[in-house]
Design a protein around this ligand. Structure first.
Ligand code: ING
Length: 311
């Protein structure tokens, strides 16, 4: 039994006007609650320090540099890392990263229980578009403000097990989980900011969004025999609604805990990493069952290549 008591720390809305230090105060309250409940790992959402700014269009990208962190921890986030170390809790949080070379990524980090960063991930699957799209009721401009991640899907030795990270849209792509599954991942942790209104298909409502969210997480967990922890930034930010759906999936694909509502909240769950053994040693014993000689197209091509027409 290798138990990890996880605290999924959902954040409610962050308005454009809200300061980082005020957001950090909200995060500290969740961290203190997690300490009271004996958590050893706390997972915060994607872009946890600011409003979901990729919903806005800026002609000059530099206008949005105020949403990026040049350092992690930076002046406003040091208190978070210090409190986590005092509690002996590892944290994972998502933020907009600006590198010394001036590159911009949608990033998440993982610390050990002493507050040292032991892992970093940069979001690979960026949804939406680059230019302002007048056809859309809502803009989704992550491709405008972020580069695709350049770190792959790494898995880290942490919490006496193997932990990997992904971010939001990554959770919809099976490749995300499989690359980590091929490194033996036992827990995938991720944050998300998911608009509840579909900017292109008004028919897709909140329930449909939540269905696809759960479907993606449960499939990824089951097909790779791993825990999955997904943490929302939720609620209405300057009139734009983000769905909730903070939840934890076990290695058999069952949702074992889900946080209701769209406010700041902590979902605590004991996750036995040894519960991944059965799946990894039977149905999804990759070395015994996979036939990679037939999987070529998955990395040989980006889009669809139609089969030749028979005469
Ligand atoms: N947000 C959304 C997500 O993947 C999206 C974008 C919403 C894509 C709904 C498809 C359908 O959850 C981010 N930030 O990736």
């Amino acid at each position: 039994m290798r138990n990890v008591r996880v605290g999924a720390a959902q954040l409610g809305p962050i308005q454009k006007a809200e300061s980082r230090s005020h957001v950090v105060k909200r995060m500290l309250a969740l961290l203190d609650d997690a300490a009271k409940q004996g958590c050893t790992l706390v997972v915060y959402p994607e872009l946890a320090l600011t409003t979901f700014f990729p919903r806005w269009y800026a002609e000059d990208r530099a206008e949005f540099d105020l949403y990026f962190e040049a350092d992690m921890p930076g002046p406003e986030t040091v208190p978070l890392f210090e409190r986590a170390a005092q509690h002996g809790i590892a944290i994972s949080l998502g933020y907009a990263e600006k590198t010394p070379e001036g590159q911009h990524f949608n990033t998440s980090i993982l610390t050990d229980r002493k507050g040292a960063i032991i892992g970093k991930y940069r979001k690979i699957h960026l949804p939406g578009h680059v230019e302002f799209d007048p056809e859309r009721t809502h803009q989704h401009l992550e491709k405008r403000y972020f580069l695709p991640g350049d770190l792959g899907f790494p898995v880290f030795h942490a919490q006496d097990g193997l932990i990997g990270m992904c971010i939001c849209n990554d959770r919809r792509w099976p490749e995300t989980y499989r690359v980590m599954g091929l490194q033996g991942v036992e827990m995938v942790i991720l944050g998300f900011n998911t608009p509840s209104v579909n900017s292109q298909r008004n028919s897709e409502g909140l329930e449909e969004r939540l269905f696809h969210h759960r479907l993606s997480l449960q499939a990824g967990a089951y097909q790779n025999a791993t825990w999955v922890v997904a943490v929302a930034k939720a609620g209405t930010e300057d009139g734009h609604h983000l769905m909730g759906g903070t939840l934890i999936v076990d290695p058999e694909g069952h949702i074992v805990a889900e946080l209701p509502g769209e406010a700041d909240g902590l979902l605590v769950q004991d996750c036995d990493l040894d519960a991944t053994r059965f799946g990894k040693e039977t149905i999804f014993d990759f070395k015994r069952h996979r036939r990679i000689e037939h999987y070529g197209p998955i990395t040989a091509q980006v889009g669809v290549v139609l089969p030749p027409k028979t005469a």
